[in-house]
Every structure is written in structure tokens, then in C-alpha cells.
Write a protein that binds this ligand. Structure first.
Ligand SMILES: [Zn+2]
Length: 120
């Protein structure tokens, strides 16, 4: 149930972001799923579909985007997507790289509507 605990931590992040609003409604959420996150995207979609009722995601449009593995090179300073999924620099071939993307589930965008409007 890895995907289910991801869903719970995602909800926690979203609820934190909703705190400043009076009567918020999430209209859209964009999730970035790393190519090397080990997440089963189809299963995650199932989990969200089955458990979103009563959560802030209930009426939201949920977009899933896949993020490829991405590295930053310490030798040439560039950032890019390595070839053949190897953690080395796609420009100079150095192994002195840091993985900066493609390993996590990230909440990329959250569109919030406050149903109280701006009438203050
Ligand atoms: Zn390089």
C-alpha cells in the first residue's frame, strides 16, 4: 500500500495549503510523478479515485504528469535528462552528478478557489 500512503501525505500537503482560506475548493491539482519514483501510476489513480470522496480532491480535476530522470552536473554545471537512464551527465559524460528530478511524487500545481469570494 505504498501508493495509499503517498495519497495520504499528498492530502496532508494540500490541506496545509488550504489553511489560509475560508472556504476553499480545489479546482485543479497537477501531480508530477517521477519516472524513477517506483510509483505505479495506474494504481495511484485507482487509489485516488476510490478514496478522494470527502477530501479536498473530491471535485478537483487531477492531472498526472510524468517527470523524467534529471541530473545536474558538477563538472560542466549543466542540467539535463541522462541517456539510457544512467546517472551521468548527458553533455560531458561525467559521473559527478546530482539527481534533481524524477524520483518523487510532487504536487506541481494546486488551483484553489475560495468560495467566499473576495467580498470582504
Ligand atoms: Zn557535465
Amino acid at each position: 500500500m505504498h501508493e495509499y500512503s503517498l495519497f495520504l501525505s499528498l492530502l496532508k500537503i494540500i490541506e496545509d495549503q488550504l489553511k489560509p482560506f475560508k472556504n476553499p475548493r480545489v479546482s485543479k491539482a497537477v501531480l508530477l510523478i517521477g519516472e524513477f519514483s517506483g510509483i505505479d501510476l495506474e494504481y495511484l489513480k485507482e487509489v485516488i479515485k476510490n478514496f478522494k470522496r470527502g477530501t479536498p480532491l473530491d471535485r478537483a480535476e487531477i492531472i498526472f504528469e510524468e517527470e523524467p530522470l534529471k541530473v545536474r552536473c558538477f563538472s560542466c554545471g549543466r542540467e539535463g535528462e541522462p541517456q539510457e537512464n544512467k546517472a551521468l551527465c548527458p553533455f560531458c559524460g561525467s559521473f559527478e552528478v546530482k539527481i534533481i528530478g524524477g524520483l518523487d511524487l510532487i504536487l506541481k500545481t494546486l488551483e484553489i478557489e475560495d468560495e467566499e469570494g473576495f467580498s470582504n
